[in-house]
Design a protein. Sequence first.
Length: 489
Amino acid sequence: MTVKRLSRIADISGAAVPPRYDPDAHGAGIVHLGLGAFHRAHQAAMTDAALAESGGDWRIVGVSLRNRDVVDALEPQNGLYTLIERGETGVSGRVIGAISQVIAADPAATLKALCNPAIRIVTLTVTEKGYGIDRTTGLPDPQNPVIAADLATPDTPRSVLGLLHAALSYRKSNGVAPFTVLCCDNLPNNGQFLQKGLIGFARLLESGLADWISRNVAFPSCMVDRITPAAGAETRNEAQRLTGCIDLGAIETETFTQWVIEDHFPEGRPAWEHGGALFVQDVDSYERMKLRMLNGAHSMLAYSGFLAGHRYVRDVMSDPDLAQLVRRHLTAAARTLDPLPALSFETYANDLVARFNNPSIAHETYQIAMDGTEKLPQRIFAPALDAIENGFDLRPFAFATAVWMRYCLGVTDAGDSYALRDPREAEIARALKDIPRDAGRISTALHDEFAFIPKALVENSAWRDCVADILNTVLEQGVAKAIELEALR
């Protein structure tokens, strides 16, 4: 018997829960830039819940900025896909109907969607490196070739900043209300980050629009959290079992989800609270907690775990020594945080350990390890600086930095090579070129010659000595032995 491709709600014949509304009865009110698995497991799933409970024209026009893969999967399925949730008690699935249209790497079509007066919110998950914003200045990066091209020809934009600028310029000129811009990437103060970058971009072209954006466009911050591994053949097989259909857009995730949002949407918003979102006045403290605890521990375990031969996070947690270091890191990160009302950092840490241990989630350490230069400043270096200021133990953060430095060599202890998958991979290679496997030389190159680590850490002798000491053990005795020795401290 021929199995149908999922394309209509009526096609669903398995245990998966279909959308509890008629998708065709709701128009689009959101454009999302960065149509990856995380968005479909998180914001789109919460929008689906909001539509089911409160309705409204809040479906999503999803834009894949890089390639056609996700569009080729979803377009024949009319935007429908299976969201598989794997928990300790089993597997469940629901079909998401929140995506109304998909656009593949087509700047003109994307700009047309952004200019549509029906669009009231633009959400983004383009990763830290996808904005073309210099992290030091907070302004557009003049060395970024896509940013430079858009500044030269702003009427045919391709970058995120260029597209948002052109759309808002059109709206201002045509009397169309501006959309709210909601950054959903793991960045501290992500709303302010994108606001400063976009206004800086506009100011390089026309100060009038920059001032208008400053006065009229809302950039609420938010914190997002949901572990979403890369989908594979097993994901698609599970989706077919749950739906009775072939689903090439299926994704899988954990049962946990969190979205903390600054409630500032002048043109309205979906009732995301029905999906579990928490609306607050200040997101910063929640974001800092997540970046330093969950994401910081993730980076540490990704570099050490990958180098120790652990493919998945669950494998890391089955290694008693590494599991102990994960606990140590969570405790150290929590010490750098101000208390949050009605929230226990110890409980949060316990929940994270349980999530990392989830045997049903195949989250690859190599996937987490990518883009380290974009992630470590807020995940590792920021809490390290606070630890110095308050006299706390530096070693957990120095260990994370040392195993990142070891990862930067691009070869395992067994001699297998791998790509760093980092936007500054070439710069790292230049900094380490012709340097022997000597901890002091490697540490010096990545502290002094590769402008990345904050000056206050670079100039702190206790930090430098600690990083070099750990790195020396890693290089001399191997990653696995270094982990064992570190856990004994």
